[in-house]
Design a protein around this ligand. Structure first.
Ligand code: LLP
Length: 380
């Protein structure tokens, strides 16, 4: 990375490599097209307007989890009939906004939500298409904060409720079941986990069809992980193996469509948080490199003990290295990007890159400590 191009920008800031984003989108699209799979981009990973425009331009659908995400998707050109709306706690206003936008599908997560959606659709004299989010009780083997498909999690409808839900579908006239939805977690790097998911999905689809409920849409969610350790070697995730696995293990009938909701895999590697070193503080065991970026700009390390590769862009001489705890300026001990990180000799004013920050980075920033919102940069 060439730091001269950053010198007019106020640190900290996010920079997005739009070339890499576009290449990633193209590879994903080409691999999904091999099997006629449909991919919705999960806006929660990054809802930056420029990123959204680039993704919709490649023909992706949108996966939204709030009314504002639905509005952002529409505003940035995603076609309404490719928008799905998920989430355990949709408010009445959010549901009404999505009904007004005539979105493709509501992913419904509970019996009570079904009742409310039916009522609100009835008031508008509309029929809402729905997919039921099923909790398949598959362990994603990822960080417990980003595991969603276990019975202990709040997400989805559990198997013991399914027959009740099917009865309700017969009663509620303003909703129409079109599919089933699953999402078991995020940053999943072991593809075997998805194979276990496919096996469960087949069972649930059969169970519904035995109950005379045609399942046209099979939405398997997102969750494909990325390589945080080697972002340059694996800049584009292995979409080929990922989609092939679903093709191999899902039993798909000719009237069924398979849908995906990918977030991280599409946007993580194109984003970098650029920061400057404010101070170096020498300790007995380790040195601290205190940055002008903190957990307010990138929360993942503090919240999930997530690893992001850290690089000194100003000094690339790796022949002499020291260990640094790379920390932010926020008054919290968890405001730390990495402990005992080997870096070239680092000094005040050096530019530091925190890599793979395009997903769940900018979008999760906060104003804690009255931090200012940052600039954003786009490059090719
Ligand atoms: N679909 C549903 C229903 C989801 O809940 C999520 C993510 C996705 C799709 C997209 O998953 P992805 O392909 O990005 O893994 N903030 C955490 C990740 C939270 C994921 C929440 N749900 C992090 O920084 O690791």
């Amino acid at each position: 990375m060439d730091i001269t191009k950053y010198q007019h920008l106020q640190t900290p800031f996010y920079t997005y490599n739009m070339d890499l984003l576009n290449k990633t989108l193209e590879v994903c699209k080409a691999e999904a097209n091999k099997y006629n799979f449909h991919v919705h981009y999960a806006l929660k990973a990054n809802a930056n307007n420029e990123i959204l425009k680039a993704i919709q331009a490649k023909g992706f659908g949108a996966d939204c989890v709030s009314g504002n995400e639905v509005l952002a998707a529409v505003k940035n050109g995603f076609s309404n009939d490719k928008i799905v709306f998920a989430g355990v706690g949709k408010s009445d206003k959010e549901i009404n906004d999505a009904l007004d936008a005539d979105i493709f599908c509501f992913n419904v997560e509970s019996k009570q939500e079904l009742e409310i959606l039916n009522e609100l659709a009835q008031e508008k004299n509309k029929i809402a298409s729905i997919a039921l989010r099923i909790n398949p009780n598959v362990n994603a083997h990822t960080h417990h904060y980003i595991t969603t498909g276990l019975e202990e999690n709040k997400f989805g409808i559990n198997h013991w409720e399914i027959l009740d839900v099917i009865k309700l579908l017969g009663v509620y006239k303003n909703i129409k079941l079109i599919g089933l939805h699953f999402h078991i977690g995020s940053q999943i790097t072991d593809l075997n986990v998805f194979r276990s998911l496919c096996i469960k999905v087949n069972e649930y689809v059969n169970m519904f069809e035995e109950q005379k409920q045609a399942i046209r849409i099979i939405n398997v969610g997102g969750g494909l992980g990325i390589d945080y350790v080697n972002p340059d070697e694996h800049a584009i995730p292995n979409f080929e193996a990922y989609f092939k696995l679903f093709h191999q293990f899902l039993e798909i009938k000719n009237y069924q469509e398979v849908h995906f909701e990918l977030g991280r895999a599409l946007v993580a590697q194109c984003g970098t948080l650029i920061s400057k070193v404010l101070y170096i503080k020498e300790g007995l065991q380790t040195n601290f490199a205190i940055l002008d970026a903190g957990m307010t700009e990138l929360l993942r390390p503090a919240l999930y003990q997530a690893y992001h590769k850290i690089e000194n862009l100003s000094n690339t001489n790796t022949s002499e290295k020291k260990k640094y705890d790379v920390v932010g300026p926020i008054c919290e001990s968890s405001d730390c990007f990495g402990k005992a990180i080997d870096l070239p000799i680092t000094k005040r004013g050096d530019y530091i890159a925190i890599r793979s920050a395009g997903a769940y980075g900018e979008v999760m920033r906060s104003g804690y400590n009255l931090r200012e919102a940052n600039q954003v940069n786009y490059e090719n």
